[in-house]
Ligand binder design. Structure first.
Ligand code: PRT
Ligand code: ZN
Length: 284
């Protein structure tokens, strides 16, 4: 029995979703216009759908799992379980006002007309801040609403900010941060749960790898303790003697996040010939 996964057919999450499966070693063909395909080397059947339909298909059991933006689930909750964040499709739902307008804080939005495709999330945000505003639901091209006199402000998804900028809008409040998540229906049988766990294990290994780097460096033996203290690693670093007497090579794994600080500290502690490599998979 194959696990059925629903991915966005085209749009902001389409490429990230298929790339993630491929990094998990799951091969498939998704020729133009294809709605359904099967993986060659993993018990997975893949559906390509509109992102808005994915939570429904998963809730109804047409698909077992799916990849959607957290924002979609928050706006229109369905009886599905969010299994994990996937580390791509990052964006934020933000309120923006016309550039020339003075803005001193959220209370400036009281009584204003705000256009959005996310009326529920926005209403909850305003309630939590004790603001009453006039929310106008628009299903697309929200960013043009102020220029055509339809609204005083907008609440829309933003990633680089260039869409807001080119429409003369300025981001003033972040309502929600979002990224792609894996959702699943409830009541998977044991065979499908097992396949889902195998898939999750691979996804987590791929994502852990992308958040870490493999580092190799040379150091004089007497500096090893100081250098080891700088390297957190998975366990303690590997220390291998070099052909040249009194020198060792130190290997470890460091987080992508504070990578440059660690490198600075290592240089200061006497490390030389530092090499930093990407990791394909990290099995914990
Ligand atoms: O056709 P289908 O219904 O499947 O797609 P869609 O057009 O409804 O969705 P799509 O592809 O726009 O977005 C799918 C999901 O991607 C969203 O639900 C988010 O979780 C995520 N995501 C990430 C984004 C963005 N980044 C994003 N930048 N969704 C939309 N945008 C849009 C935004 O609405 C605005 O129009 O991109 C524009 C802003 O981008 P910047 O880079 O100019 O700020
Ligand atoms: Zn959509």
């Amino acid at each position: 029995m194959k696990l059925k996964i629903a991915l966005q057919k085209s749009g902001k999450l389409a490429e990230g979703s298929t790339a993630l499966l491929r990094k998990c070693g799951i091969g498939f063909s998704n020729g133009l216009g294809k709605l359904r395909t099967e993986a060659a080397d993993f018990p997975l059947e893949i559906f390509f759908l509109r992102d808005d339909d994915i939570p429904n298909y998963v809730a109804d059991g047409v698909a077992d799992v799916g990849i959607v933006g957290e924002n979609v689930i928050a706006e229109d909750p369905k009886p599905v379980e969010t299994i994990d964040r996937l580390g791509f499709g990052h964006c934020r739902l933000s309120i923006a006002v016309p550039k020339g307008i003075e803005y001193n804080g959220i209370s400036d939005l009281r009584g204003k007309r705000i256009a959005t495709s996310y009326p529920k999330i926005l209403a909850e945000f305003f309630t939590s801040r004790s603001i009453t505003a006039d929310i106008h639901m628009i299903s697309g091209s929200v960013e043009i609403a102020p220029s055509i006199g339809l609204a005083d402000a907008v609440c829309d998804l933003v990633s680089s900010g260039s869409t807001l900028f080119s429409n003369g809008l300025r981001e003033v409040e972040t309502v929600m941060n979002s990224e792609a998540v894996l959702i699943a229906r409830t009541g998977l049988n044991s065979e499908l749960s097992e396949t889902l766990n195998r898939l999750l294990f691979r996804i987590r290994s791929v994502n852990a790898a992308s958040q870490n780097k493999y580092i190799l460096l040379n150091a004089p033996v007497e500096k090893v303790n100081e250098i080891s203290a700088i390297l957190p690693g998975m366990k303690s670093p590997t220390v291998v003697p070099l052909a040249e007497n009194g020198w060792v090579s130190v290997h470890s794994v460091i987080s992508q996040h504070d990578f440059w600080n660690v490198v600075d500290n290592l240089k200061r502690a006497g490390a030389e010939g530092i090499l930093v490599l990407s990791i394909d998979q990290m099995i914990r």
